[in-house]
Design a protein around this ligand. Structure first.
Ligand code: HEC
Length: 131
């Protein structure tokens, strides 16, 4: 293989790998966040809820760009890009609702926002996994 081909192959591999990292990083951060929020609600530990919410917010930011999300949709699901991107938008809004309700000590409403985040995770997963 010519050097230029090797370089091209290496560049392609790196860009594919880092694109994949973004999704995996995002999902892993959100998973941690959701686990913490759940533990927080179950054990009445507000700090855990707050910390977990920040993780979900940051993780979601990594995977909210339509172009990035589109790269992870299966070929036959590309037309669902708006639904997928809306799931991420919904998480962003729910995170705000959750935070405001925690500030107001409205824990039931905060827990409902948490449930809605979980539904939004499932909404996008149902597309990428053909559930
Ligand atoms: C906009 C789409 C989208 C949203 C919203 C979304 N995910 Fe994902 N998720 C994906 C994709 C794409 C994959 C990779 C494909 C697969 O696992 O089927 C994935 C995979 C995962 C995985 C497995 C990771 C891996 O490395 O295999 C976890 C855990 C996960 N998501 C957690 C979450 C959590 C928690 C939320 C909600 C807070 C969430 N996701 C919301 C698209 C999304």
């Amino acid at each position: 293989m010519k050097l230029i081909n090797i370089l091209t192959a290496a560049t392609l591999t790196i860009s594919v790998a880092s694109a994949q990292d973004i999704m995996q990083q995002s999902m892993s951060i959100m998973e941690q966040g959701m686990t913490q929020i759940q533990q927080g609600f179950l054990n009445n530990n507000i700090k855990l809820i707050e910390d977990g919410t920040k993780l979900v917010k940051n993780g979601n930011k990594l995977f909210s760009d339509k172009k990035v999300i589109g790269e992870y949709l299966p070929k036959d699901k590309k037309h669902m890009i708006n639904v997928a991107a809306n799931a991420s938008k919904r998480i962003e809004l729910d995170v705000n609702v959750l935070e405001l309700n925690i500030e107001d000590k409205a824990y039931i409403n905060a827990a409902n926002a948490y449930s809605d985040i979980l539904n939004a995770c499932a909404r996008c997963h149902s597309i990428v996994r053909s559930w």
